[in-house]
Design a protein around this ligand. Sequence first.
Ligand code: SAM
Length: 272
Amino acid sequence: MGDSSYLLGTHTEELERLRFQHELWLPAARAAWQRAGLTAGMRVLDVGAGPAFAAMDLSRIVGSTGRVLGLELSEAYVAAGQAMARRAQLPQLELRQHNLLRDPWPTEGFDLAWCRWVAMFLPDLEPLLTGLEQSLRLGGQLVLHEYVHWDSFGLHPNGRAIARFGQACQRSFRAAGGDPDPNRRLPALLTARGWRIDALLPLPVAGGSHSMAGQWMQRFVEVYGARLQELGLWSSSDAGEACAEIASATADPGCFWVGPTLLEVRATRLAS
Ligand SMILES: C[S@@+](CC[C@H](N)C(=O)[O-])C[C@H]1O[C@@H](n2cnc3c(N)ncnc32)[C@H](O)[C@@H]1O
């Protein structure tokens, strides 16, 4: 399957956006891993690992006696992750090209599975859950960082074009078969399969234009705005309006961005 099947693309700009996004969200990820008891020697599965930014950090925590396997659709991201792992001398990290919806999942009895910003792109969540059941040992934990409330995305108080941009993003995710807010459904799907939900923790984000959070959202409007125009869901005049709102917010310390709200779901596999 080609890289183009990932809606946001795998060009360098998107890879760099993912790197910045990972830096912004790393403290939240680390806190989640700590709550899940991640420690040296553990075996971790990174589901939809992207270019392996989180997988690299996970590998440093599990150390040389542990193992991290990243499953990722994009060949370009797998190659980028493998090169980073070699440079950083992390032999405990393996990246594997894998389509979560079609390919057989590894059956190694992983202790922990980490899945961030991936379920939202899947047209069907059942293969993900079946795969996780095949890959995790009984008592193994799943940590999901997926969106629960995309509608919270906005630039305040005057971001009317940015509000339309948020709606256009959600339409594009749905048009590609995904769901902007998969963590509204995942806890119920997990409990129906006999998993135990250990924690539900909303992770909101907000900040002025010069904050890291603000920079992250501005960058997303630039990078994904171009894609939305290709998809016919955003026009050049929309883009111009959004650009003007961003410029005026940058000059006004009273303006601020609010991100789409993530939900941390931590669950334990109890039965096969
Ligand atoms: C927004 S990125 C997130 C990457 C990484 N999880 C992170 O937190 O930085 C979404 C990733 O999901 C991957 N993906 C989407 N659909 C997939 C599928 N069917 N199988 C495997 N990976 C998939 C994409 O290729 C992309 O790398």
